[in-house]
Design a protein around this ligand. Structure first.
Ligand code: BG6
Length: 495
């Protein structure tokens, strides 16, 4: 291919993300022939390890987490030859010098200046030191070739996100900075744009005249697993809502962009965040609900409660569930509530957007015919069982006039036989190619923090009295049902 020689330097290479997500993604890109011919991965971390040990560890990660396993050893070694490891504290001059030398060595070997991608898979506390070191080494100065990928969490509130943005943009150009939200790399999330803007069927009804309300659910069946230490300092609002759920909301609510270029799309998305009605502190309890899981229900007996998880204090008040009601103050969405919910240890892993439509303007059928009437709805299923289904009313077979609801839909699995790439495959390839469309700009990240700030503040100052308040294996706390029942709505339970 014509792709430029590229080296990807991963800071935090001994961590979970590299092993579980990044390297399996790169391996799959390699299998598909999508990586540049000249490509190298340099892992940097403090842990003592040599190249062989690093490759062994990553091989194990591929065996466990790649969507395609290693079927042939020579293919694996063709990929593994590109992996190397540098043990040391990246913020020291010594390790910095070693890294510079390695980068220069690759340029010499490849006969030209390579594209350099620096991937920050490190805790937020180390970002500043790492960024400063990178700048002072002078290895990231070519704005067209050198890129930085910053993992979440991007700050822990508006002030710290601003500070981090301020720091990064004082050292590098905004166009060099790729703030990652892996939800944007999911096929089905990208498909929201295709669905809305490549069809003429839906966009005309995509507004307050026809849509009654919107529900966004990102439910997980897993608990916090081994990430209790991190998670307990974060909580559902920071871990999921600030990024993944608000990004999905932007794609559902945005105006049509003029083109698919990075800034066109991002401008329209940030407009949505800016239009979200600010939440006043005194109304937080009316628009936001938090929950924490206790022990399991009968169906999953033996499942521990959050406070018994590894790394979590027994009196933790961190939320593992959050539900929100948001209003978007613009022409398209005035008066249409957007309900968001996410949580761990819910009944099933399922992410979907449900668009609920208003009733037909005139009800001409006899009331006996519409006994089981349900509103039209469109469900965009993000995962698993990716697809789209719309619920419509039809006449039930029989001599009596009786309406019934049926689903009309498509499933990725049936419509296309090719497997979908993992989110990280798409996103890493975009970074390598220099396409920032699916990454977050500084203003987006800050606006998203701005939306949830009042809730974070209120929740922090008023500890919950009722935690744990939902059982593992259910659909979250009862208060989440009450939240949306106020407008006469109820959550669409995924089937
Ligand atoms: C991550 C969160 O960003 O997303 C995790 O930190 C969460 O807590 C994960 O489990 C969910 O991602 P996915 O792709 O499995 O839906």
């Amino acid at each position: 291919s014509r792709m430029e020689p590229t080296v990807m330097v991963v800071f935090g290479a001994a961590g979970d993300l590299t092993w579980r997500k990044l390297v399996p993604a790169l391996y799959n890109l390699y299998l598909d022939g999508r990586l540049p011919e000249r490509f190298a991965i340099v892992g940097v971390a403090r842990q003592e390890m040599d190249d062989a040990g690093f490759r062994r560890k990553l091989r194990e990660g591929v065996d466990l987490h790649s969507r395609r396993s290693v079927t042939d050893e020579s293919t694996w070694s063709g990929f593994a030859d590109r992996l190397s490891y540098l043990a040391g504290d990246f913020t020291t001059a010594e390790t910095g010098a070693l890294l510079s030398r390695r980068l220069e060595g690759l340029d010499r070997e490849w006969n030209g200046r390579a594209v350099r991608v620096f991937y920050f898979a490190i805790p937020p506390g180390l970002m500043e030191a790492a960024a400063r070191q990178l700048e002072s080494l002078g290895v990231c100065r070519d704005c067209s070739r050198d890129r930085l990928v910053v993992e979440k969490p991007f700050g822990r509130d508006l002030a710290s996100a601003r500070q981090l943005n301020g720091l990064l943009t004082s050292l590098f150009a905004e166009t060099q900075i790729y703030r990652i939200d892996h939800y944007l790399g999911k096929e089905t999330v990208q498909n929201i744009l295709a669905f809305r803007f490549a069809n003429s069927l839906f966009e005309p009804v995509w507004n307050r005249r026809y849509i009654d309300h919107v529900q966004i659910t990102v439910a997980e069946a897993v608990g916090v697993g081994k990430r209790g230490g991190y998670y307990d300092t974060s909580g559902a609002l920071r871990d999921m809502v600030q990024n993944h759920l608000l990004q999905i909301l932007c794609l559902i609510a945005m105006e049509p962009p003029v083109s698919f270029s990075a800034d066109e799309v991002r401008n329209k998305k940030v407009d949505v965040l800016r239009a979200i009605r600010p939440i006043r502190p005194e109304e937080v309890h009316r628009v936001a609900v938090r929950g924490q899981y206790g022990r399991g229900m009968v169906a999953c007996e033996g499942v521990t409660g959050y406070r018994e998880e590894q790394g979590v204090p027994p009196d933790s008040v961190t939320e593992t569930f959050a539900a929100l009601k948001l209003w978007i103050d613009n022409w398209r969405w005035q008066g249409v509530p957007f309900y968001l919910r996410t949580g761990k240890r819910l009944r099933a892993k399922v992410s979907e957007v449900a668009i609920l439509f208003r009733p037909a303007p005139h009800q001409l059928f006899p009331s006996a015919a519409v006994e089981s009437w349900q509103p039209n709805r469109l469900v965009l299923r993000i995962q698993p069982e990716e697809g789209i289904a719309s619920r419509i009313q039809v006449k039930q077979p029989g001599t009596r006039l009786l309406l019934g609801a049926v689903d009309m839909g498509f499933r990725y699995h049936d419509a296309f036989h090719a497997a979908s790439p993992e989110a990280y495959e798409t996103l890493l390839l975009d970074v390598i190619c220099g396409d920032a469309t699916l990454f977050m700009r500084a203003d987006q990240v800050e606006s998203a923090w701005g939306v949830i700030s009042p809730i974070l503040d209120t929740w922090e100052s008023v500890p919950p009295a009722d935690f744990p308040n939902y059982q593992a294996g259910g659909w979250g706390p009862e208060t989440a049902d009450l939240l949306i029942a106020k407008e006469g709505h109820s959550w669409v339970q995924p089937d």
